[in-house]
Design a protein around this ligand. Structure first.
Ligand SMILES: Nc1ncnc2c1ncn2[C@@H]1O[C@H](COP(=O)(O)OP(=O)(O)OP(=O)(O)O)[C@@H](O)[C@H]1O
Ligand SMILES: O=P(O)(O)OC[C@@]1(O)O[C@H](CO)[C@@H](O)[C@@H]1O
Length: 303
């Protein structure tokens, strides 16, 4: 079973204007509300791929109920801790470019935090826990470490999609997958990365520190999969980009879901890329039909 953890879910409020005039009244051309947060996005893609999963994390208030209802409508299994503060609303402003304004996240009490940790007591060998996205400040900086400790105790695998110190600290615990984009990789090692060779060298460093698979995404410029034996490159399909929000989460969902279903890392890589691009070419996250349409356009090359 796959569990996704979203400590800081959001309603993604997508607002489109023709032109953004700061300091003036702008009228929306279109708007859309989506259940969001990185782990929830991973669950939505897993669901499209038929990979059984449960979305867990914290939800609260009217915004939290909205998300829970939407996920249930899509037959996604959920087991959230309901908190007394409201889940955040993140604004995604499309004005030719994409500008995002993400909320900090709700207040979460010690009791509420403990309830989430207790939910992980169901984990067992063979399960995969996907830890994705920001940690609400009220939870403190090392909350992911607590969840990783439960995974280790139960013999479950974990995937972590975060940045900076939290990612570096997770590596010695052997994540099944990490997926920095090329900018995040430079920031992580506080260095400029200017070539594919340098990307691979830094990807290898993540492996040396403990990661089992390293995916390096480069938006429209392809992706790399670095494993202990080999390095692979994937092209990305061509298409009209409508939305990049959730492309990275879709890639993780495609990879993890396929790896769990088939145990084939290359097929997982191919599906991850197709899922990321299918989201980039959709208004909402990708659906199965779009992923299937793009799969034949992804070619994997061993480097
Ligand atoms: N312009 C694009 N054209 C085709 N595919 C894309 C494009 N942008 C993103 N993708 C797809 O989505 C995957 C992840 O994209 P990206 O490298 O932007 O990840 P990210 O930075 O984690 O994404 P996010 O915007 O969700 O934070 C890519 O590997 C690719 O498959
Ligand atoms: O604030 P975080 O947790 O870092 O990111 C949250 C978020 O931007 O990530 C998803 C896209 O990846 C969106 O659904 C959501 O709004």
């Amino acid at each position: 079973m796959i569990y996704t953890v979203t400590l800081n879910p959001s309603i993604d409020y997508i607002v489109e204007v023709d032109e953004l005039k700061l300091g003036e009244l702008n009228r929306m051309k279109r708007d859309l509300k989506l259940p969001g947060g990185k782990g929830i996005n991973v669950s939505r893609i897993l669901n499209q791929l038929g990979a059984q999963n449960t979305a867990i994390g914290f939800l609260g208030g009217f915004t939290g109920h909205y998300i829970d209802d939407k996920l249930k409508q899509d037959q996604i299994a959920t087991d959230f801790v309901f908190i007394s503060d409201d889940t955040r609303i993140n604004v995604k402003l499309k004005h030719g470019d994409e500008t995002e304004i993400n909320g900090l996240g709700p207040a979460i009490s010690t009791e509420e935090a403990d309830q989430l940790v207790n939910k992980l007591s169901v984990l067992k060998q063979g399960d995969v826990l996907v830890l994705s996205g920001s940690v609400p400040p009220s939870l403190g900086g090392n909350f992911y470490e607590r969840l990783i400790a439960v995974c280790e105790e139960k013999g479950a695998e974990f995937v972590i999609d975060t940045t900076g110190k939290a990612l570096l600290e997770a590596l010695p615990h052997g994540p099944l997958l990490v997926k920095p984009n090329h900018h995040e990789l430079s920031e992580l090692f506080e260095t400029e990365i200017n070539s594919r060779e340098e990307l691979i060298a830094h990807g290898r460093k993540l492996l040396e520190r403990g990661a089992k698979h390293v995916l390096i995404s480069m938006a429209g410029d392809g992706a790399l999969l670095v494993t202990k034996d080999e390095v692979y490159h994937a092209n990305v399909p061509k298409g009209q980009v409508k939305n990049s929000v959730g492309a990275g989460d879709s890639m993780i969902g495609g990879f993890v879901g396929t790896l769990v279903l088939s145990n084939d890392a290359l097929e997982a890589f191919r599906t991850g890329v197709a899922s990321g691009s299918a989201t980039a070419f959709s208004d909402d996250l990708a659906d199965r039909a779009k992923i299937d349409e793009l799969l034949p356009q992804v070619t994997i090359t061993r480097l």
